[in-house]
Design a protein. Structure first.
Length: 272
């Protein structure tokens, strides 16, 4: 399947600005006014959100996946407004990963190029869920990427996909946080731990939080997960200090720093 331009929508509502895309697409991006628009501040950082998907499928993805990450996009944009953060949700060309084609990862790389074209040299945090988390980890080698937040990442097990473990060298120099529910029945938390273990060997700025008793959607501890996401995103992109649990997780050796429990009430006392 030839690579096409993808539409990207910003998490917040506003007047869309159409642009020319690749492969003759009518509209490559639709940017809706971000946090900096109403205040006149320049954009100084971008959170690029990558929704979930399915292992195989070349049809257009359902809008439900993009809608599922909108609350997180809105939370990040609101929390980072003083620093000039804007958030965008990528809409993929097709719904599936599709083996070695890795379409969502390609779409993420294209979107990163477009972010650079639009905003210039600003740091980007890739924020992915499920299949989108895998795409974020794959695309981390792009020069614009500062950090990666992978929520309930879908990662291949032995004998799956192209039978090769996903790469980790592209994470060198990035801040990386993986978050996984221990009761996730859709994406295996043990596989994300193994990936984090390999990543930690090449990049010490890698940590992983476990959300005990929560499932794939992390709804049971939604408030804590949103707070953790904001804490990590703003801490990695700007000059804000990480919260103590994130600092401890990054500093701790395996397995402690890769099995850090997300405490109930996390974020209640944090400034967002």
């Amino acid at each position: 399947m030839a690579q096409q331009a993808l539409p990207v929508r910003e998490a917040r509502l506003g007047k869309p600005l159409g642009t020319a895309g690749k492969e003759g697409a009518r509209e490559a991006l639709r940017w809706r006014g971000g946090g900096a628009r109403s205040t006149g501040r320049e954009v100084s950082g971008v959170a690029l959100l990558l929704p979930g998907g399915v292992p195989t499928g070349v049809r257009r993805p359902s809008p439900v996946a993009a809608l599922a990450v909108r609350p997180l996009a809105v939370r990040l944009a609101k929390a980072g407004r003083p620093e000039g953060l804007t958030a965008h949700v990528v809409r993929y060309r097709c719904s599936g990963w599709n083996g070695p084609d890795a379409h969502p990862a390609r779409d993420a790389a294209w979107a990163l190029d477009e972010v650079v074209r639009r905003y210039g040299d600003v740091p980007v945090c890739l924020v992915g869920t499920g299949m989108g988390a895998r795409a974020a980890l794959h695309a981390a080698g792009h020069p614009a990427v500062n950090s990666v937040l992978a929520l309930a990442p879908w990662l291949p097990g032995p004998g799956e996909d192209d039978e090769r473990p996903d790469p980790v060298k592209q994470l060198i120099g990035r801040q990386v946080l993986l978050v996984h529910g221990t009761n996730d029945e859709r994406t295996d938390p043990d596989l994300s731990y193994r990936y984090a273990e390999r990543a930690k060997k090449v990049n010490r700025d890698t940590c992983r939080f476990e959300v005990h008793s929560d499932g794939h959607s992390l709804h049971q501890h939604r408030t804590e997960v949103l707070s953790l996401a904001a804490d990590f995103t703003l801490g990695s992109l700007f000059t804000r200090d990480y919260s103590r649990p994130v600092k401890d997780a990054l500093a701790a050796p395996p397995p402690l720093g890769l099995r850090m429990p997300l405490a109930a009430g996390f974020g209640a006392s944090l400034r967002h």
